[in-house]
Design a protein around this ligand. Structure first.
Ligand code: PRP
Ligand code: URA
Length: 215
């Protein structure tokens, strides 16, 4: 994982498996089934990297032979919060590695003309304020959706949030860190720019449509 020099707080997953699978995902000929599998696999690899700093506590474990001095996860519990729809594609892969995490959902869609996010659903675990949150959405385009989702989470007094996406645009990073400079962004790629429809160039197209086969 590398931190971008020009963007403090932006970390790129440079692991060869993640980069290889992202290249397959970008291909316009990749089928819905393959795309969904790739998003899930990359999310699992990202879970491994993004949980690198969670605290451990020492434990003694009795093996069939003797006592082993080991370590287990300590500290606050985790919650995964996908932004609907496309964030859903990242949940399975992550929760395979972090089965103790609870899952909250925030539903947002972008208005076609203004690209501003509109909320249509929010259901978070009751004890969300006692959890560290990993916010999930494959695309950070204008940054409006991710910033609005963090607004919700901050209103619930959540102290530690990490935002994890697949592809980010410079415009999205600048907007998001303009309003939430304290939230780190983890992504597999930082692309060139947005097009006139606020799609990421070269990106991978509409992540929701590619995941669910809606176009
Ligand atoms: C996509 C994507 C993000 C958002 C990113 O969702 O999954 O949530 O756009 O764009 P932004 O950074 O400009 O806000 P979309 O609104 O297309 O909804 P969907 O996931 O239901 O397809
Ligand atoms: N949403 C997507 O799904 N893709 C983009 O490139 C931008 C927003």
């Amino acid at each position: 994982m590398i931190e971008k020099k020009e963007y403090e707080g932006v970390f790129i997953f440079d692991h060869p498996l993640i980069q290889h699978k992202l290249a397959l995902m970008r291909d316009k000929n990749t089928s819905t089934k393959e795309f969904r599998e790739l998003v899930s696999e990359v999310s699992m690899l990202m879970a491994y990297e993004v949980t690198r700093d969670i605290p451990l506590r020492p434990v003694d474990v009795e093996t069939p032979i003797g006592i082993a001095h080991c370590h287990m996860i300590d500290g606050k519990k985790l919650a995964l919060v996908p932004i609907l729809r496309a964030g859903l594609g990242m949940v399975d892969g992550m929760i395979n590695l972090i089965p103790m995490a609870k899952v909250g959902h925030i539903g947002l869609y972008r208005k076609p003309k203004t690209f501003k996010p509109v909320e249509y659903y929010c259901k978070l675990p009751d004890d969300i304020e006692n959890r560290d949150v990993i916010l999930l959405d494959p695309m950070l385009a204008t940054g409006g959706s991710a910033a609005a989702a963090v607004d919700f989470l901050k209103k619930r007094n959540i102290e530690h949030i990490k935002f994890v996406c697949l592809v980010a645009a410079p415009e999205g990073i600048e907007h998001f860190h303009g309003v939430h400079p304290d939230i780190p962004i983890f992504c597999a790629a930082l692309d060139d720019c947005l097009d006139d429809h606020a799609y990421i160039v070269p990106g991978l197209g509409d992540a929701g449509d590619r995941l669910f086969g809606t176009k």
